[in-house]
Write a protein that binds this ligand. Structure first.
Ligand code: FES
Length: 112
C-alpha cells in the first residue's frame, strides 16, 4: 500500500514528516502514538476525554472537516487552548489529511 498521506508534526520543537495511508491508523492520535514517542500521550486511548492528545492545527487542507463531538467539552477544561486546538484522537485518518501540519501542545490534558 502506498503511503500517500503526508502529515507534518512538530513535537517539542522537532519536526517530523509522517507518511501513512487510508486504513493504516484509525486517527491522528494512534499515528503519533505509534511513530513519535511523546510522554503521557493518548491516555484515554481515543475516547476524547483526557485531553492528552491536544494538538494545534497549523495548516489544514481545505477538504478537512473537523468533527466536534466530545472535543469541545474536553478542550474547554484545558488552559492552553486556542482557535487551532483539536484532539488528535478526533481527527480521523483519510486522504483529506494529506498536507496537514500540527504541533503537539507541550502542556496537555488534565490527567486522571
Ligand atoms: S486520547 Fe484522550 S482525548 Fe484524545
Amino acid at each position: 500500500m502506498e503511503r500517500d498521506i503526508k502529515i507534518k508534526v512538530r513535537v517539542y520543537g522537532q519536526e517530523h514528516v509522517l507518511e501513512t495511508y487510508d486504513g493504516e491508523y484509525r486517527n491522528l492520535m494512534a499515528l503519533l502514538y505509534d511513530r513519535v514517542y511523546i510522554d503521557d500521550f493518548g491516555e484515554c486511548k481515543g475516547v476524547g476525554r483526557c485531553g492528552t492528545c491536544h494538538v494545534y492545527v497549523l495548516k489544514a487542507p481545505a477538504s478537512l472537516v473537523f468533527h466536534d463531538g466530545v472535543e469541545h467539552t474536553t478542550l474547554s477544561r484545558l488552559d492552553n487552548t486556542n482557535d487551532t486546538s483539536h484532539l488528535a484522537c478526533q481527527i480521523m485518518i483519510d486522504k483529506n489529511l494529506d498536507g496537514l501540519e500540527v504541533e503537539v501542545a507541550e502542556e496537555r490534558g488534565y490527567g486522571y
